[in-house]
Write a protein that binds this ligand. Structure first.
Ligand SMILES: [Zn+2]
Ligand SMILES: [Zn+2]
Length: 165
Protein backbone atom coordinates (compact mmCIF):
# COMPACT_ATOMS: atom_id res chain seq x y z
CA UNK A 1 0.00 0.00 0.00
CA UNK A 2 1.17 3.51 -0.80
CA UNK A 3 0.71 6.95 0.59
CA UNK A 4 0.24 9.23 -2.40
CA UNK A 5 1.08 12.90 -2.61
CA UNK A 6 -0.64 15.13 -5.09
CA UNK A 7 -0.04 18.82 -5.83
CA UNK A 8 -3.20 20.88 -5.93
CA UNK A 9 -2.08 24.12 -7.48
CA UNK A 10 1.43 25.41 -7.87
CA UNK A 11 3.78 23.42 -5.64
CA UNK A 12 7.48 23.11 -6.30
CA UNK A 13 8.77 19.65 -7.15
CA UNK A 14 11.52 19.93 -4.53
CA UNK A 15 8.92 20.28 -1.82
CA UNK A 16 6.93 17.29 -3.10
CA UNK A 17 10.05 15.12 -3.14
CA UNK A 18 11.17 16.25 0.30
CA UNK A 19 7.65 15.67 1.66
CA UNK A 20 7.64 12.15 0.25
CA UNK A 21 10.92 11.44 2.03
CA UNK A 22 9.55 12.84 5.30
CA UNK A 23 6.39 10.72 5.13
CA UNK A 24 8.38 7.57 4.43
CA UNK A 25 10.63 8.26 7.42
CA UNK A 26 7.84 9.01 9.85
CA UNK A 27 5.11 6.58 8.73
CA UNK A 28 7.24 3.80 7.21
CA UNK A 29 5.06 3.49 4.12
CA UNK A 30 6.24 3.82 0.56
CA UNK A 31 5.26 7.12 -0.95
CA UNK A 32 4.38 7.96 -4.53
CA UNK A 33 3.90 11.34 -6.12
CA UNK A 34 0.92 11.37 -8.45
CA UNK A 35 0.20 13.98 -11.09
CA UNK A 36 -3.50 13.11 -11.18
CA UNK A 37 -5.33 16.43 -11.54
CA UNK A 38 -7.53 17.49 -8.65
CA UNK A 39 -10.00 20.14 -9.71
CA UNK A 40 -10.30 22.73 -6.99
CA UNK A 41 -11.22 26.04 -8.63
CA UNK A 42 -14.84 25.68 -7.55
CA UNK A 43 -13.73 25.63 -3.93
CA UNK A 44 -12.95 29.33 -4.24
CA UNK A 45 -14.99 31.62 -2.04
CA UNK A 46 -14.95 35.07 -3.67
CA UNK A 47 -16.32 36.70 -0.52
CA UNK A 48 -13.26 35.69 1.42
CA UNK A 49 -10.67 35.41 -1.32
CA UNK A 50 -9.85 31.96 0.07
CA UNK A 51 -10.63 28.36 -0.80
CA UNK A 52 -12.91 26.11 1.26
CA UNK A 53 -10.72 23.28 2.51
CA UNK A 54 -13.42 20.61 2.75
CA UNK A 55 -14.51 21.26 -0.85
CA UNK A 56 -11.00 20.50 -2.09
CA UNK A 57 -10.93 17.46 0.18
CA UNK A 58 -14.21 16.24 -1.33
CA UNK A 59 -12.60 16.37 -4.76
CA UNK A 60 -9.72 14.31 -3.43
CA UNK A 61 -12.01 11.70 -1.87
CA UNK A 62 -13.11 10.43 -5.29
CA UNK A 63 -9.55 9.94 -6.54
CA UNK A 64 -8.58 6.29 -6.94
CA UNK A 65 -4.94 5.30 -7.42
CA UNK A 66 -3.36 1.83 -7.42
CA UNK A 67 -2.95 0.43 -3.88
CA UNK A 68 -3.74 3.77 -2.32
CA UNK A 69 -3.71 3.85 1.46
CA UNK A 70 -3.79 7.62 1.88
CA UNK A 71 -3.83 10.66 -0.34
CA UNK A 72 -2.08 13.83 0.79
CA UNK A 73 -2.82 17.00 -1.14
CA UNK A 74 -0.40 19.91 -0.97
CA UNK A 75 -1.68 23.24 -2.15
CA UNK A 76 -0.32 26.75 -2.39
CA UNK A 77 -3.71 28.42 -2.05
CA UNK A 78 -5.06 29.85 1.20
CA UNK A 79 -7.72 27.58 2.72
CA UNK A 80 -10.28 28.01 5.47
CA UNK A 81 -13.00 25.99 7.12
CA UNK A 82 -16.19 26.90 9.00
CA UNK A 83 -15.72 29.93 11.21
CA UNK A 84 -11.92 29.81 11.20
CA UNK A 85 -9.91 32.58 9.58
CA UNK A 86 -7.72 29.97 7.92
CA UNK A 87 -6.47 26.44 8.42
CA UNK A 88 -3.00 25.05 7.77
CA UNK A 89 -4.61 21.81 6.72
CA UNK A 90 -7.47 19.41 7.09
CA UNK A 91 -7.54 15.64 7.50
CA UNK A 92 -10.34 13.09 7.49
CA UNK A 93 -10.50 11.44 10.89
CA UNK A 94 -9.94 7.72 10.27
CA UNK A 95 -10.18 8.37 6.58
CA UNK A 96 -7.99 8.51 3.53
CA UNK A 97 -7.47 12.12 2.57
CA UNK A 98 -5.49 14.99 4.01
CA UNK A 99 -4.81 18.44 2.63
CA UNK A 100 -2.11 20.91 3.63
CA UNK A 101 -1.70 24.49 2.47
CA UNK A 102 1.75 26.04 2.23
CA UNK A 103 0.25 29.52 2.01
CA UNK A 104 0.74 30.55 5.62
CA UNK A 105 3.76 28.35 6.29
CA UNK A 106 6.17 30.15 3.99
CA UNK A 107 9.58 31.18 5.28
CA UNK A 108 12.47 32.57 3.27
CA UNK A 109 14.72 29.91 4.75
CA UNK A 110 13.71 26.82 2.79
CA UNK A 111 14.64 24.45 5.63
CA UNK A 112 12.25 26.21 8.01
CA UNK A 113 9.54 26.35 5.34
CA UNK A 114 9.82 22.67 4.44
CA UNK A 115 9.97 21.62 8.10
CA UNK A 116 6.71 23.47 8.75
CA UNK A 117 5.06 21.73 5.81
CA UNK A 118 6.29 18.32 7.04
CA UNK A 119 4.78 19.01 10.46
CA UNK A 120 1.40 19.89 9.04
CA UNK A 121 1.46 16.88 6.70
CA UNK A 122 2.30 14.56 9.59
CA UNK A 123 -0.40 16.19 11.70
CA UNK A 124 -3.15 15.82 9.08
CA UNK A 125 -2.03 12.30 8.18
CA UNK A 126 -2.18 11.55 11.91
CA UNK A 127 -5.88 12.44 11.81
CA UNK A 128 -6.42 10.05 8.89
CA UNK A 129 -4.86 7.34 11.07
CA UNK A 130 -7.42 8.13 13.77
CA UNK A 131 -5.35 10.40 16.01
CA UNK A 132 -7.00 13.32 17.80
CA UNK A 133 -5.30 16.46 19.04
CA UNK A 134 -2.73 15.85 21.74
CA UNK A 135 -1.48 18.16 24.47
CA UNK A 136 1.88 16.49 25.06
CA UNK A 137 4.44 19.29 24.53
CA UNK A 138 6.24 18.98 21.22
CA UNK A 139 3.94 16.30 19.78
CA UNK A 140 3.05 16.94 16.15
CA UNK A 141 -0.62 16.34 17.05
CA UNK A 142 -0.62 19.58 19.08
CA UNK A 143 -3.21 21.92 17.59
CA UNK A 144 -1.48 24.91 15.99
CA UNK A 145 -3.20 28.22 15.55
CA UNK A 146 -0.19 30.15 14.27
CA UNK A 147 3.16 29.52 12.62
CA UNK A 148 4.70 30.32 15.98
CA UNK A 149 2.95 27.27 17.40
CA UNK A 150 3.93 25.20 14.37
CA UNK A 151 7.56 26.13 15.03
CA UNK A 152 7.18 25.13 18.69
CA UNK A 153 6.25 21.52 18.00
CA UNK A 154 8.34 18.75 16.45
CA UNK A 155 7.47 16.85 13.31
CA UNK A 156 7.23 13.63 15.32
CA UNK A 157 4.55 11.92 17.37
CA UNK A 158 4.82 11.56 21.13
CA UNK A 159 5.06 8.00 22.45
CA UNK A 160 1.36 7.85 23.28
CA UNK A 161 0.31 8.94 19.76
CA UNK A 162 2.96 6.75 18.14
CA UNK A 163 1.61 3.69 19.91
CA UNK A 164 -1.84 4.35 18.41
CA UNK A 165 -0.53 4.66 14.87
ZN1 LIG B 1 -5.66 18.79 13.73
ZN1 LIG C 1 0.85 13.06 21.04
Amino acid sequence: MFIYIVATGNVQKRLLLASAKNIKEVFSFDVRISDVPVYYRDAYDPNRGQFIASKILNRMKVVELPNMLKLVGITDVDIYEDNLNFVFGIGELDGRCALVSTYRLFHKDERVFFERVFKEINHELGHTFGLLHCKTPGCVMNFSNSVFEVDQKSKNFCLKCKSKL
